[in-house]
Design a protein around this ligand. Sequence first.
Ligand code: AMP
Length: 282
Amino acid sequence: MITIDQPSAMQAWSDAEHRRGRSVGLVPTMGFLHDGHLSLVEIARGRCDACVVSIFVNPLQFGAGEDLDRYPRDEAGDRAKLEAAGVDVLYMPAADAMYPDGFQTAVTVAEVTRGLCGDGRPTHFQGVTTVVAKLFNAVRPEVAVFGEKDYQQLATVRRMARDLDFGIDVVGGPIVRDADGLAMSSRNAYLSADERSAARVLSRSLAQARTVCADGERDAATLLSRVRAMVSAEPLVRLEYASVVDASTLRPVERVQSDALLALAAQVGKTRLIDNTLLTAA
Ligand code: AMP
């Protein structure tokens, strides 16, 4: 595995791969890697000849008072995991290579970024699309893989790639969970033992809603009130939102008719966690 830290060097490497007829897959991350990230690497390796993983803790996608300054990092551990996973390039640009003095451009996606996490984090998705557009232009991949855990991010990046003619296939990977059901996240490292145990209520409440829906309950308000009741029984967990939305437009729905997404965000101590599940009316 080689490490590249400049956009121009990244482009040169990728152009050379393409000249040799090799396709390139990209997995963008913020590091502190876990098996959720590595599952995306597997998908990228299965679809492309070469695999690039980027690690960049993107200041633009953190709001004031969020965890940018304490975001967990483990460069040595990340490198070892990526080497073992057969990654070809670790792209790790420095902040001043990404956002040099005078940087003043942003990429904005409108509707899909409203609601859900967009309400509580009004500048977040613009930060994501701006950095992902830069990563796409540096890596020039054929395929980019994003986790369904950040479902709204995946939908937003898909929209951007289509709207701006990136010609990149944006692929989603399923949520990877720990044995206790908690969706893997770099931010889980912030949780105390008590908080971690309490946080399990999030995946449990989603699983319950999925079962109740499969048993015939299609009313979104009813499903959501069950989720809220279950989560509110955990004093360490404060629900920020729980919503049932259309799985492609992300607009709220009153009934689960075709594919719907039940998504939630919660504060567990100082840690903000998200999770979701698809609901099907089939
Ligand atoms: P992050 O490093 O948190 O920005 O995440 C990088 C990529 O990994 C994003 O596309 C996430 O959606 C994805 N990801 C994070 N956690 C998981 C998980 N538990 N399962 C699947 N993908 C994940």
